[in-house]
Design a protein around this ligand. Sequence first.
Ligand code: PBG
Ligand code: ZN
Length: 326
Amino acid sequence: MSAFPEVRPRRLRRTAALRQLIGQPVPSLGKMIWPVFIVGGENQKIEIHSMLGQFRMSADELCRAVAPLATQGLGGLMLFGVLDEKLKDVAGSAAFAADGLVQRTVKKLKAEFPQLPVFTDVCLCGYTNHGHCGPLKNGTVDNDAALPILGKIALSHAAAGADGVAPSAMMDGQVAAIRQALEVNGFHDTILMSYSTKFASALYGPFREAAESSPQCGDRKAYQLPPDQLQQALRESQIDEAEGADILMVKPATFYLDVISKVRKQSQLPLAAYNVSGEYAMLHALAKSGGGDLTALARENLIAIQRAGADILITYWANQYDQIFK
Ligand code: PBG
Ligand code: ZN
């Protein structure tokens, strides 16, 4: 075997053109899903303090923001409804209203951008007054009581025209319950993208501020995954695959690149990774302190998630794609 001085790996990195020739394509906008926060009313566009460059938008403003991205080939949207506190109740019933915020917005988006895939988050934490992802019984989340409600929410989103529903509540059996609700009601083509491996992470803080979905008491550790439990994490995705998920997901992404690559190896399903709010805010904080260039940080982060094996990147950077990958 030859060695230095014949072997000089730096030959392959000498110029930008060579580096591009030898490297992988950067993730394209078509691989990205932009998560968005929807509020009621019109002409509403309110920046989220802890997530610069992200806004709570009314449906009309959302359409305005989406138009140029749709033209450039955005991969899809993930919708989160931000509900008025006074519409929340113990059961989260506003989540499955046929003319609810998300349902109306889906209809409008599909009318204006019929080709653009629209996914909806299916959970209860933004709709219950206690902020947990399912109904409470004796102070804990009642897994089995959550299932029919999650089924109804998914069905209402599918009926509004969503291309896919994405359950994020981490209830056991939720994928099977939703798949069955969809099948029984004739929604054979609705994609079920499961938040299959979702950790109880400290990185969801800015999102909870944006979506006003913090648990009012306790935390989500009894349903979301412990960060140190790799086997359980892999098993959760296997179970969701067996229950009928079409797309799996690892969330968060950057602290869990090992999990992304392992789920990628154990399944043939498409795999999404959710580059969450805290990951996004972290890069903004570093850039703001003068410690790094924001677009270079975002670029490196997205490349890392793709390299780990994610097919789909759910990321707040999607609306800034042009600046990051120019
Ligand atoms: C709700 C939900 C959360 C996120 C997506 N869906 C928050 C949570 O589980 O507390 C987090 C997304 C982000 O941080 O960007 N189930
Ligand atoms: Zn939730």
